[in-house]
Design a protein around this ligand. Structure first.
Ligand SMILES: Nc1ncnc2c1ncn2[C@@H]1O[C@H](COP(=O)(O)OP(=O)(O)OP(=O)(O)O)[C@@H](O)[C@H]1O
Ligand SMILES: [Mg+2]
Length: 223
């Protein structure tokens, strides 16, 4: 089984969209796939139960064959360490590792982080460390527009500091990219050692909190 850890250069860059499209593509290729969001912050209460918005979005895009691994959920939309602290809890990294490693009988486990790679889950463990401990392949989602080179290069360097060599996905690519976007994609591809595996185009009316009626493109991931 292969574990893929989806992180990003920032919060709100398209990790959930990319996770959903990746799960969908793998399922359509005939693989058995599970999706796991270890920690969902900003969880909403529906009928007295907390729900993971990211998980609901991924489920809505994929066939029912997708297996869902339940998340730890916290209400505050913040870094996991703080969201847990506000509920007088400390996240148990060992429990996350056990949950992920107990997943059997799938070809791919797609794990979505929260925020970017240096975001703390506890005071001793951030997303990069979790990815390394999960022995997962890191996928970094990056924006295509102005400002992305700084965020993406820093993220690649930080990944390498943790002995991780990321694959890259650009999310929100324009159909008619200008000179800046074309150069950004070229520079990111070079910096990553040609490990850019997909460019996800801009999805119309994408709102990951109200995803009814979102139609998503077919994206091929060069894994
Ligand atoms: N390909 C795209 N097309 C259109 N909008 C996009 C695209 N990629 C990212 N976005 C924008 O980014 C927002 C957040 O996307 P998404 O929820 O997938 O990010 P995330 O990285 O998972 O965020 P979080 O850190 O909250 O988990 C979307 O609602 C949309 O505004
Ligand atoms: Mg998300």
């Amino acid at each position: 089984m292969k574990r893929l850890f989806i992180s990003g250069t920032d919060t709100g860059v398209g990790k959930t969209l990319v996770s959903a499209l990746l799960c969908k593509s793998l399922l359509e290729d005939g693989h058995k796939v599970a999706y796991y969001k270890p920690v969902q912050t900003g969880s909403e209460e529906v009928d007295g139960e907390l729900i993971s918005i990211d998980t609901e979005f991924v489920k809505s895009i994929c066939s029912e064959n997708l297996r869902i691994i339940p998340s730890l959920m916290f209400k505050l939309p913040a870094s996991p360490h703080l969201a847990a602290e506000c509920e007088s809890q400390v996240i148990d990294i060992e429990q996350i590792l056990q949950t992920a490693k107990a997943v059997e009988d799938v070809d791919y486990l797609v794990i979505e982080g929260a925020g970017g790679l240096a975001v703390p889950i506890t005071h001793d463990c951030d997303m990069a460390q979790l990815c390394a401990r999960l022995e997962a392949e890191l996928v970094v989602v990056a924006r295509p527009n102005l400002g992305t080179l700084n965020h993406t290069f820093l993220t690649i360097d930080y990944a390498e500091k943790h002995s991780l060599t990321p694959l890259i996905v650009i999310s929100g690519a324009s159909t008619e990219p200008d000179i800046i976007e074309r150069d950004n994609i070229k520079m990111i591809s070079q910096k990553s050692g040609d490990r850019l595996i997909a460019c996800v185009p801009q999805v119309e009316a994408l709102d990951t909190e109200d995803f009814s009626g979102v139609s998503v493109p077919q994206v091929k991931f060069d894994l």
